[in-house]
Ligand binder design. Structure first.
Ligand code: BG6
Ligand code: MG
Length: 224
């Protein structure tokens, strides 16, 4: 039986993955580092500080800043990101997501959020979806972020379910790895290449159907 859905937020529920990219690109530019969308795939799903470290490494500046300066750089990025998310309204749910969340709720399926973002609760509030969720994993309490399975295991625990009763939804390679390692059925949203390890993948949230993902999960892993 599938009784729970564990959602990533950025890039699955709303298009904030794009805002993260724009804010990182702008910070990187200030540091004379160029990042593109292909590089950005690695930043999806991982924490703010881990993202900064990867960008600095990419620009051969891994040792150029003290920890304090890195904190300041991460804050600068977050300040720009927060400007973007100020504008979020319920209309910014990705295609099909409103229907998916409401259909799952009507059927009594539990829902939890497993996002690495410290801005997650504010975004959920702006999208007016917080009441649909039964739990939100606080990323500040994790021992290890994605691709470690902890966040999805914690999501299932919040719902009082076992991992095989849940489906995890992600747009990040690190996120799919996290779900798979948790032993949960993984649903990927994104390009075939990025979502190669997902048990079932769609190109867009518009293609997500509750019946289909449940059917795929019941058929078992790697059956798509
Ligand atoms: C993840 C995003 O959901 O949250 C990452 O995919 C981001 O790109 C991470 O770095 C942390 O987000 P925040 O909002 O805490 O900086
Ligand atoms: Mg994401």
């Amino acid at each position: 039986m599938i009784k729970g859905l564990i959602f990533d937020l950025d890039g699955v529920i709303t298009d904030t993955a794009e805002y993260h990219y724009l804010a990182w690109k702008s910070l990187a530019k200030k540091l004379d580092i160029n990042i593109d969308r292909e590089f950005n795939e690695q930043l999806k799903g991982i924490s703010r500080m881990e993202s900064l470290e990867l960008i600095l490494e990419h620009g051969n500046k891994a040792d150029a800043y003290t920890d304090e300066e890195k904190e300041e750089l991460a804050t600068l990025k977050n300040d720009e990101y927060k400007e973007y998310i100020k504008e979020i309204t319920p209309n910014d749910l990705l295609p099909g997501v409103h229907e998916l969340l409401h259909q799952a709720k009507e059927r009594g399926i539990g829902m939890a959020l497993a996002s690495a973002s410290k801005n997650g609760p504010e975004i959920m509030k702006r999208l007016e979806i917080e009441d649909l969720f039964d739990g939100v994993v606080d990323p500040a309490t994790l021992k290890a972020g994605k691709p470690d399975p902890e966040i999805f295991i914690r999501g299932a625990e919040l719902l009082g379910l076992s991992v095989d009763e849940c489906i995890g939804l992600e747009d990040a390679e690190a996120g799919i790895e996290s779900i798979n390692k948790a032993g949960m059925f993984s649903v990927g949203v994104g390009s075939k290449e990025a979502m190669a390890e997902a048990d079932y993948a769609v190109e867009s949230t518009a293609d997500l159907s509750l019946d289909t993902i449940i059917k795929k999960a019941l058929e078992g892993k790697k059956s798509n």
